[in-house]
Design a binder for this molecule. Structure first.
Ligand code: GLU
Length: 412
């Protein structure tokens, strides 16, 4: 099943739990618009290459379309659709006034020079043209994209429309209208949600160990948060492979090792493992923070963690969800666990629109309040309807989007 099929299957189940009208499900299980653009890029050697770009605008009943841009060789329309639908659910779960969208380019960003990436990003802005805008559709970073790319995006858009419009995109650098705290928001949010739910989860916080798959922007911050709060981070991995040390990893030394060698592999005192082995290690908390479909029907029964926090989007397939539930593993779903990124994106947008700057402390306090409320809302919904946290989150979101669709008259 592709990601969009997985997301729609979960929406269907959530619609049943929420007793949604079939018309509401019909409306919310389809994208409003899908854009497929060809972007010409002159490489540094003068030759021309065409790249395929996408933007899927899923739903804007609750506010402007919102969601990241992914640069990855596996990006395609089905993946972007799935990620866009997840954004609709996510924004509604945390109660921010945005709809859902996602975009990307099928490209390996590591294969291009910085100048080429800049021209490609500017090319995407021109190709999208009027289809994005501060009150229309607001992109942000995702896998393979950076704050600097968001700066280029805002600059090119500004040139196109003839005025400064920093709120057209979020996740920019602080110097170009980015928000304090946006860099750590997703990882920090994962910990806040865990912390808000931990009294309900069957793990002993004193002895809980943590394994983190993916050591990019999100995974690194998740590991840092758990370490900082006294948990033992026993394994991490990146695209080159993973490492394991039962007594816990020294994250400061690991950061220096990764900086020097380009990977977490071969870290002195730790054992090298594969990305797959990391998922089935004995540990309390497992945090997939990389790409989708990591825990599937073939490895779910070997997962030993008590709790899985989805820092990545879509890391567990629908089949695997059922197997984990049968084994009593609690899954805190992506649409709740990793929503800290888009929450602070929303704060960035507000600051840009009002031309004000909030302190880091203010941003992180507001983030904590928003994430705690969402975690509690989802937990109570799941208790009330005797369903998983994932289906509860989807159901809550679908109810909220349905209410907005009724208000704007697209549903009766
Ligand atoms: N790409 C992030 C996500 O999947 C952030 C999106 C945003 O900030 O708009 O949630």
């Amino acid at each position: 099943m592709s990601l969009i099929d997985e997301v729609c299957a979960r929406m269907r189940e959530a619609a049943r739990v929420a007793k949604l009208d079939p018309d509401a499900f019909a409306l919310l299980s389809k994208a409003e618009r899908e854009l497929d653009v060809e972007i010409p890029l002159h490489l540094d050697d003068g030759s021309l290459r065409m790249f395929e770009g996408y933007r899927v605008q899923w739903n804007d009943a609750r506010g402007p379309f919102k969601g990241g841009l992914r640069y990855h060789p596996k990006v395609d329309m089905h993946e972007v659709e799935g990620l866009a639908a997840l954004m609709m659910v996510k924004c509604a779960v945390v109660g921010i006034a945005f709809g859902g969208a996602k975009g990307g380019i099928r490209v390996d960003p590591k294969s291009l020079s910085k100048d080429e990436l800049e021209r490609l990003t500017r090319g995407l802005v021109r190709a999208l043209g009027d289809d994005v805008g501060p009150t229309k559709d607001v992109p942000a970073p995702d896998v393979g994209t950076t704050a600097e790319m968001m700066d280029w995006f805002a600059d090119e858009y500004g040139k196109m429309v003839g005025r400064l419009e920093p709120a057209v995109v979020t996740g920019k650098t602080i110097g170009h209208g980015g928000s304090e705290g946006r860099d750590v928001a997703t990882g920090a949010g994962v910990f806040i949600v865990y912390d808000a739910l931990k009294r309900h989860l069957a793990i002993d916080p004193e002895t809980a160990t943590v394994a983190v798959q993916g050591y990019g922007n999100v995974g690194r911050e998740v590991a840092r948060q758990f370490d900082h709060h006294g948990y033992k981070v026993i394994a991490v991995s990146d695209s080159h492979g993973g490492i394991h040390r039962e007594e816990g990893l020294d994250l400061a030394a690991l950061a220096a090792h990764k900086e020097a060698t380009g990977s977490v592999r071969d870290f002195p005192g730790a054992q090298n493992i594969t990305q797959q082995e990391l998922l089935t290690l004995p540990c309390g908390i497992l945090v997939p923070s990389a790409l989708e479909s990591q825990i599937t029907a073939s490895n779910a029964v070997y997962v030993e963690a008590k709790v899985v926090l989805e820092a990545a989007n879509g890391p567990i397939t629908a089949e695997a969800d059922m197997l984990l539930a049968k084994d009593g593993v609690v899954v805190v779903p992506d649409v709740l666990a990793n929503a800290g990124g888009v929450v602070v994106s929303g704060f960035e947008w507000t600051q840009n629109r009002e031309n004000v700057r909030w302190s880091r402390e203010e941003v992180l306090d507001r983030l904590a309040a928003t994430m705690k409320t969402a975690a509690e809302d989802v937990w109570s919904y799941s208790q009330k309807h005797a369903t998983t946290l994932r289906i509860a989150a989807y159901a809550l979101a679908l109810e909220r989007v349905t209410a907005a669709e009724k208000e704007r008259g697209r549903l009766r």
